[in-house]
Design a binder for this molecule. Structure first.
Ligand code: ADE
Length: 307
C-alpha cells in the first residue's frame, strides 16, 4: 500500500481480500509492522497489534483506527506483550480469540538487536537478542498452532533479514534469524497437513523512521546507498505487499520459503555494515610471496597524498 498522488492510500490487492480474516502482527505499531497492519486493515482484516511499549502501541492503534473507512469490516486492537515471556504470549493469543474469535494470520515482525562487534557482546546481550528474535518467534508460532491453527489452518509470515553472507556487527541477530529460517522449514513440514503455511520475508535495507532513529549515529542508510543496485532504499510498504501476498490465497502452494525483498542487494556481495577494523588487516605471506593488503592500499594513498 502506498500513498497516491492525491494522498489517498492505494493497494494492488483486491478490496476485501482479508474481510473475513483475523491477524496478529507483533511489533505492529511502528516501522515495517505498522505498514503491514495498515495494508491488512485496508483489505478488511481485523488486526491485533502487540509489542512491549504500551503507550506507543495504543497511540498507533488509535491512529490507524481513525483511518478506517466508513462501513469497513476492519478493526484494530492493541495489547502489550513481550514475546520473550511465555505467559504474555499465551495472554495475547487468549485476548485475540476472546476478542475476534479466530486467528487466520500471524505476522512475526517484533524483534530487535543492537550493533556491536562480536567480541564485545556479553552473554546477557546475546541471550536477549536470541530470546526475542528466535525464542519469541517460536513461542508465537507454537501457541497460535496449539490454540487455533492446528484445527483451523492458517498462514504465518516471519520477518527476517538479508544475512546470507554473514552479518558483521550483528552476529546475535544474524544467528537468530538464520534459526527462524530453518525453524520455518521444519514447521512447514510438520504443519502442512493441518492446512498451515509458514514463510519468511527477508527484508533488505528498508528505510523507516523507527530504524533511522535506532541507528541514527551510524547513518547506515546513507552509507549503503552506493552499494544498492537500485540506487535507492526499500520502503516499508514494499515489505507489507510481500507479506500480504504470502498470507493470501495467491501463495497457497508456497510453504517453508524465504522471499528476499532487497532490490537485489544480496546478489551484489557488499555488506551494508563494514567488517570492524577491516583497514587494520595483517600482512599475509605464504613462502616468499606477500599479498598486498588493504592497509598497504591506505598507507600508499596516505604517502602519495603527502607528496
Ligand atoms: N518488539 C521488539 N522486541 C519485542 C518484544 N520483546 N516483544 C514484542 N515485540 C517486540
Amino acid at each position: 500500500m502506498a500513498a497516491s498522488a492525491t494522498g489517498k492510500v492505494c493497494s494492488v490487492f483486491k478490496s476485501g481480500l482479508f474481510r473475513d480474516s483475523v491477524a496478529i502482527v507483533t511489533g505492529g505499531g511502528t516501522g515495517i509492522g505498522r505498514a503491514i497492519t495498515r495494508e491488512l486493515l485496508h483489505l478488511g482484516c481485523k488486526v491485533v497489534i502487540a509489542s512491549r511499549k504500551a503507550e506507543r502501541l495504543h497511540q498507533a492503534a488509535d491512529e490507524m483506527r481513525s483511518e478506517l473507512g466508513e462501513g469497513s469490516t476492519a478493526d484494530i486492537k492493541a495489547i502489550q506483550c513481550n514475546i520473550r515471556e511465555e505467559d504474555q504470549v499465551k495472554t495475547l493469543i487468549s485476548y485475540t480469540l476472546d476478542t475476534f474469535g479466530r486467528i487466520d494470520c500471524l505476522v512475526n515482525n517484533g524483534g530487535g538487536q543492537f550493533m556491536s562487534p562480536a567480541k564485545d557482546i556479553t552473554t546477557k546481550g546475546w541471550n536477549a537478542v536470541i530470546n526475542t528474535n528466535l525464542t519469541g518467534t517460536f513461542q508465537m508460532c507454537r501457541e497460535v498452532y496449539n490454540r487455533w491453527m492446528r484445527d483451523n489452518g492458517g498462514s504465518i509470515v516471519n520477518i527476517t533479514v538479508d544475512n546470507w553472507n554473514g552479518f558483521p556487527q550483528f552476529v546475535h541477530t544474524g544467528a537468530a534469524r538464520a534459526g527462524v529460517v530453518n525453524m520455518s522449514k521444519t514447521l512447514a513440514l510438520e504443519w502442512a497437513k493441518d492446512g498451515i503455511r509458514i514463510n519468511n520475508v527477508a527484508a533488505g535495507t528498508i528505510y523507516s523512521e523507527t530504524a533511522a532513529a535506532n541507528y541514527g549515529e551510524h547513518n547506515i542508510f546513507v552509507q549503503c546507498l552506493p552499494d544498492m543496485p537500485t540506487k535507492r532504499l526499500g520502503t516499508v510498504e514494499e515489505i507489507a505487499a510481500a507479506v500480504c501476498f504470502l498470507l493470501s490465497p495467491a501463495a497457497a502452494f508456497i510453504n517453508g520459503e524465504t522471499l528476499k525483498v532487497d532490490g537485489a542487494a544480496s546478489l551484489y556481495g557488499r555488506q551494508v555494515f563494514r567488517i570492524p577494523d577491516h583497514e587494520k588487516s595483517k600482512p599475509y605471506t605464504w613462502g616468499k610471496s606477500r599479498a598486498p593488503t588493504l592497509k598497504d592500499y591506505y598507507d600508499d594513498k596516505a604517502s602519495k597524498s603527502k607528496l
